[in-house]
Design a protein around this ligand. Structure first.
Ligand SMILES: [Zn+2]
Length: 355
């Protein structure tokens, strides 16, 4: 393991650096659409007025075509370029849209994601967050959908493998199933995918045992509506930890959607801001144990702008070792959902044993 650029504190301990990038994509917007620059309104100062001094904000360039071609076919890139050139319109029924700025915004979001992942790999360890839009986890190899144009997390995961990591894992915390990431790595033994998402929600994929050819590598956890902190935490311990322990990835990529927050207008899950803080801490601990202390989050959904700001700040507080963070919404509804039968079925299907 390389620690080339890692910092050593006065106790002689190696500090885990925190790297972030930010892209609001202000010209990628469509009237009345929830995936809009308004989502980023409360974070726009962060790269110059950081919420935590420990964060190192990285510069980045748009991803080059060869960088995204590990996961996306040239037909999709040509389609996005052509549709963007036509100007502002919806191009698929989710509805997803493009504007004249969208193709370059998508390449920049991918570039901002790669800047963080490559920095962590160069350092040999670290954690980071690409706070970018448009989001990516619904985008498949040759199909843009679900507000997503290019699959940022898949581009970075494939790039990590191409740079020499033998196995990486992608955990999807968004309220919706990341069908694009799953499909891209459907036949890739070097990439594991695990998603917790609201059962029955868009796009309807990610059902239990949807990938029998890849048991213990592709794991879907469709939780019932109103699942909140308790359910998410139980799933982390009972499924996510044994999944990581079994796969032994060299880096963890997290599709970090925050639409599981109870205020989100598009879903009916019940996680609150303190829940996201605790989940970030748990993922930090798991990545230190099982992923060589390499982990990055990539923003996906989250459509209440104030809650999104609070949730991002809560995650960054965890990354930087802080407890305090603003929470304008307070506790989520503590709804008891029956989760144990689902967990037992998933453990049995995937031969996962709680640690
Ligand atoms: Zn989502």
């Amino acid at each position: 393991m390389r620690y080339t650029n890692a910092c050593v504190n006065f106790m002689g301990e190696i500090r885990t650096e925190v790297y972030c990038t930010y892209q609001a994509a202000p010209k990628h917007q469509f009237r009345g659409h929830p995936e809009s620059p308004r989502r980023m309104k409360w974070m726009e100062e962060w790269p110059v007025n950081s919420p935590f001094p420990e964060i190192r904000w990285l510069d980045y360039s748009p991803a080059a075509i060869p960088d995204v071609s590990f996961v996306h076919r040239s037909a999709l890139l040509k389609m996005l370029e052509k549709e963007s050139a036509l100007g502002s319109h919806e191009f698929e029924p989710a509805p997803s849209y493009v504007t004249v700025a969208s193709f370059s915004a998508a390449l920049s979001a991918a570039g901002a994601t790669l800047a963080v992942s490559r920095r962590i790999i160069d350092d040999g360890r670290g954690r980071g967050f690409a706070i970018v839009r448009p989001p990516g986890h619904h985008a498949e190899s040759d199909h843009a959908m679900g507000f997503c144009l290019l699959n940022n997390v898949a581009i970075a995961a494939a790039d990590a493998v191409a740079s020499g990591l033998s196995r990486v894992a992608s955990f999807d915390l968004d309220a919706h199933h990341g069908n694009g990431t799953e499909a891209i790595f459907w036949e890739s033994p070097e990439v594991a995918y695990c998603s917790i998402h609201e059962s029955g929600s868009y796009p309807g994929t990610g059902v239990l045992d949807s990938a029998p050819h890849a048991r213990s590598r592709i794991v879907n956890i469709p939780v019932p509506p109103f699942s909140g902190n308790r359910t998410f935490f139980r799933v982390m311990e009972a499924v996510v930890e044994p999944w990581l322990a079994a796969f032994e990835p060299e880096m963890l990529f997290v599709s970090a959607g925050f639409d599981a927050h109870f205020s989100d207008p598009l879903t009916t899950l019940s996680v609150d801001t303190s829940g996201f803080h605790a989940l970030a801490k748990k993922l930090m601990a798991l990545s230190a144990l099982y992923c060589r202390d390499r982990m990055m989050f990539v923003l996906e959904g989250g459509y209440d702008p104030v809650a999104l700001r609070d949730n991002l700040q809560a995650v960054l507080a965890a990354f930087c070792g802080h407890q305090a963070f603003p929470d304008h919404f307070g506790k989520g509804p503590d709804v008891q959902v029956a989760i144990d039968p689902l967990i037992e079925t998933i453990q049995r299907l995937h031969h996962l044993k709680e640690i």
